[in-house]
Design a protein around this ligand. Structure first.
Ligand SMILES: [Ca+2]
Ligand SMILES: [Ca+2]
Length: 486
């Protein structure tokens, strides 16, 4: 499919970047047993240290005494990221000490499968337009989830006291001065867990995934551009992926999750994902024809690192944070894929979101907005809810005109949102679906008076969702396509 748009990584087996040789030992978790995935002695590498309990308050002193580098630590959450030649030194603190993996969690700009279409205008150029949210007529996703009906009832992503619902966007950073982003961005709490990059460092990119995702959640209701599902919610940008490459470490994502929980984020949005086998495999290090640099990743290592990630999501859940993630763009039937694990979609307490789209909305505005997309993963055992993600599968290049713009008709089936340099861009993927669901969660939390137990949020999402497909839970839509309920 030449025009298929993948906003999330393909199966990331070819993308494992930072794996050393295998010399792991350990038992299967979770039985309270130790899982020490130890590295080659004498070679410094990055390790995730994960304890089921808090780490001691003086953990950082221990790291310093050992002469190792502490990349990050969250003592209360029981996590640290340590660069060391001697990982066994940390076994007395934690039952998981596993070598970190760096994966491709979203596509890089160079990925030919990932297609975006720029609107070729910036907010500055349209700021004098007297119309409110100039590009609102293009946002079919808002109609699909009944966002305007919620706004009309005064439900907009803040509580009755005016406190904005806090949504942490774990992604590739954000273009912080975008006039449709800045009004709702908490710049004090926004931060980066990508070494050497600020949360707003765009590194000369022309498409920023995190900025697009954030706009769908909470672009400002003003006289320009687009509007988010929850236009009064707060965005905290938590950079866990390189803006340039879309890659990131497990340790960085874990640190981002526990950080978001510690700042009392109401919602975490993770429009990112990777798929791992549950068994040992050989990673070709990106060079399938050259076996000299191949590395083996053990089953124990995969179990340890995915268990650590689930501990992080459980920590956030227990602190009251609703966690929403994209289901993935590999068109996988998750009901028949017991040999793989998608992270973080399959991690503990994560609501994973499949992607829906119209097909030919530009030709017929009354067309069904809720068709499962060509690329979305699916499966009744995996999908919690569906949400608008957009698609470009409509064949041909015939032009349509919507909201005063003329483009090939398939463009209008994608999701328009904010981008770097004050611009707007269409993209599609389960990465675009998850933020529609996070926006609806923010509306529910605000309407319910602020802080809300994530189990109650999930229950309310289920109650308000539009049941599609076969009655009740089904493979395409899970518990239904999210809706404001208005
Ligand atoms: Ca706007
Ligand atoms: Ca159903």
């Amino acid at each position: 499919m030449a025009k298929n748009v993948l906003a999330l990584s393909a199966i990331a087996l070819t993308s494992l970047l930072a794996v050393g040789c295998n010399s792991q030992t350990g038992a299967t978790l979770p039985q309270g047993s130790s899982l020490q995935a130890l590295g080659t002695s004498g070679v410094a590498a990055s390790y995730i240290v994960s304890s089921a309990r808090a780490l001691p308050a003086d953990f950082r002193n221990t790291v310093a005494r050992n002469g190792d580098q502490l990349v990050s630590v969250d003592e209360a959450a029981g996590f640290a990221n340590v660069v060391t030649k001697n990982p066994s030194a940390y076994g007395r603190f934690a039952d998981i000490v596993v070598r970190d993996l760096t994966l491709q969690w979203i596509p890089s700009e160079n990925d030919a499968k990932f297609k975006t279409v720029a609107l070729d205008e910036t907010a500055a150029l349209t700021a004098t337009n007297p119309n409110t949210n100039t590009r609102y007529p293009l946002l079919w996703g808002l109609q699909a989830v009944h966002a305007p009906q919620a706004w009309a009832a005064g439900v907009r992503g803040k509580d009755a006291t005016g406190r904005k619902v806090r949504v942490a966007v774990l992604d590739s950073g954000i273009f912080k001065s975008h006039p449709d982003i800045a009004p709702n961005l908490n710049t004090e709490l926004s931060t980066s867990f990508v070494s050497g990059q600020t949360y707003y460092d765009m590194q000369g990119t022309t498409f920023n995934h995190g900025t697009h995702v954030a706009g769908t959640i909470a672009a400002a209701d003003n006289n320009i551009g687009v509007i988010g599902v929850a236009p009064d919610a707060e965005i905290v940008a938590v950079k866990v992926l390189s803006a340039k490459t879309g890659s990131g470490s497990f340790a960085g994502i874990i640190a981002g999750i526990t950080y978001a929980a510690d700042i009392d984020a109401d919602v975490i949005n993770m429009s990112l994902g990777a798929t791992l086998p549950r068994r040992s495999y050989i990673d070709d290090n990106g060079t399938p024809n050259d076996t000299s640099d191949d590395v083996r990743v053990s089953a124990n290592e995969i179990t340890a690192i995915t268990t650590a990630l689930s501990r992080a999501t459980t920590y956030a859940y227990n602190k009251g944070t609703t966690i929403i993630a994209s289901e993935g763009n590999d068109a996988i039937d998750k009901d028949k894929s017991a040999d793989i694990i998608s992270v973080p979609a399959d991690s503990a307490h994560v609501l994973s979101i499949s992607a829906t789209s119209p097909e030919g909305w530009g030709q017929d505005p009354t067309t069904n907005l809720d068709v499962l997309t060509s690329y979305s993963n699916f499966g009744a055992s995996a999908v919690n809810f569906a949400a608008p993600g957009g698609d470009s599968r409509l064949p041909g290049e015939a032009p349509c005109t919507v909201g005063g713009l003329t483009r090939p008709c398939w463009v209008f089936d994608m999701v328009l949102s904010t981008n770097v340099n004050g611009g707007y861009t269409w993209a599609a993927g389960t990465s675009m679906a998850a933020p529609h669901a996070s926006g609806i969660a923010a509306l529910i939390i605000g309407q319910s008076g602020g802080r809300m137990n994530p189990a109650a949020v999930a229950s309310e999402l289920a109650k308000r969702a539009s049941d599609l497909g076969k009655p009740g839970n089904d493979p395409a839509y899970g518990g239904g396509r999210v809706s404001s309920g208005f």
